[in-house]
Design a protein around this ligand. Structure first.
Ligand SMILES: Nc1nc2c(c(=O)[nH]1)N[C@H]1C(S)=C(S)[C@@H](COP(=O)(O)O)O[C@H]1N2
Ligand SMILES: [Mo]
Length: 324
């Protein structure tokens, strides 16, 4: 096995080794990280208790382990410089250029609506709800490109359990920061701010749905949605809302920013589906960022972004053309 090292992050690459061996090696790496090795990779942040919790990376639960991709992670430089974060502008390079004005600390997330235990969690309390794990997921943007990102976080279901949804809770709405002082992109009317998203409660409960606090062993860079975001790997990337400030449990399907902006193009479900094209382009293939530029061969897009064995059951019997 070969370890390559970048920014203090070691990940195995699959050369002359089977995926199974890669996976076992990764588990060993995670165990090593749990022993504290990763702590040195964290950038110190002013005024913040050093997030020691990121050092305590737990082993991923077996329900999730089988879903972790063996694809080679996209280089850190690409993950943090090619972004969609319209609050900072619509060009791919805008978030990396302008998100320095986002202040990710102090931060709190309000959880309200149809729950027995509504709460306002400050970031540090939120991060302590469950042990942090590394989850290497594919991210497929609706625009036709994809990345592979080693996230840090835990299943969103851990938060759900904590607030105890009532019997009326059928959906979860995610509301993200909209502060014109920090976010120059709010001047544009491309979307109705704040950026909102939503999931059905059973989707939100699925162990693959991640509440993310970091990537590549470090706290989230601002352009990737600091300090806390959703990562829903079987759906198009826009379902994974960045910089969350409010989480609402509701009875009716909530409006979402993209569905409101262009309902015929961006449905509430937006599961990755190579058989259902976007009205303006095919979704059958994708370009893997970092794969060798415009001349690299496009890859076939996989049903539910490759997570069909894990999540297909959520949509049994549903017409996925109607509920796109
Ligand atoms: N608040 C907010 N969240 C957002 C977006 C956005 O513009 N604003 N863009 C989405 C889109 S379209 C994608 S593809 C992913 C990109 O995440 P990444 O930049 O970390 O790869 O974030 C999603 N979350
Ligand atoms: Mo996207």
């Amino acid at each position: 096995m070969i370890l390559i090292k970048d920014r203090g992050y070691q990940h195995p690459i699959a050369s002359e080794i089977t995926p199974r061996e890669v996976f076992l090696s990764r588990r060993r790496w995670i165990q090593a990280a749990a022993a504290g090795a990763i702590a040195g990779a964290l950038p110190a942040q002013a005024g913040v208790a050093r997030p020691g919790k990121l050092a305590a990376l737990a082993a991923v639960p077996s329900a999730v382990a089988g879903a972790l991709t063996m694809d080679k992670p996209t280089p850190y430089a690409d993950v943090t410089s090619y972004n969609n974060y319209y609050e900072f502008g619509t060009d791919k390079s805008d978030p990396a250029e302008y998100a320095g004005s986002l202040k990710p600390r102090p931060w709190s997330v309000a959880v309200e609506g149809e729950v027995r235990k509504p709460a306002v969690f400050d970031l540090e309390a939120l991060m302590k709800l469950a042990p942090l794990e590394e989850r290497i997921y594919r991210l497929r943007c609706v625009e036709g490109w994809s990345m592979v990102i080693p996230w840090i976080g835990f299943s969103f279901s851990e938060l759900i359990k904590r607030v105890e949804p009532t019997a009326n809770a059928k959906y979860v709405q995610f509301v993200t920061l909209a502060d014109p002082k920090q976010m120059p992109g709010l001047r544009s009317g491309v979307l109705d701010w704040p950026y909102t998203e939503g999931l059905r409660l059973d989707e939100a409960m699925h162990p693959l749905a991640l509440l993310g606090f970091g990537l590549y062993g470090e706290v989230l860079p601002n352009q990737n949605g600091a300090p806390v975001r959703m990562v829903v790997p079987w759906k198009y990337g826009f379902k994974s809302a960045k910089s969350l400030v409010k989480i609402r449990f509701v009875e009716k399907q909530p409006p979402t920013a993209w569905d409101q902006a262009a309902p015929s193009e961006y449905g509430f479900y937006s599961n990755v589906n190579p058989h259902v094209d976007h009205p303006r382009w095919s979704q059958a293939t994708e370009r893997r960022i970092g794969d060798g530029g415009l001349f690299a061969k496009r890859r076939p897009t996989l049903m539910f972004n490759g997570y069909e064995p894990q999540v297909g059951q959520l949509y049994a019997g549903m017409d996925l053309r109607k509920y796109f």
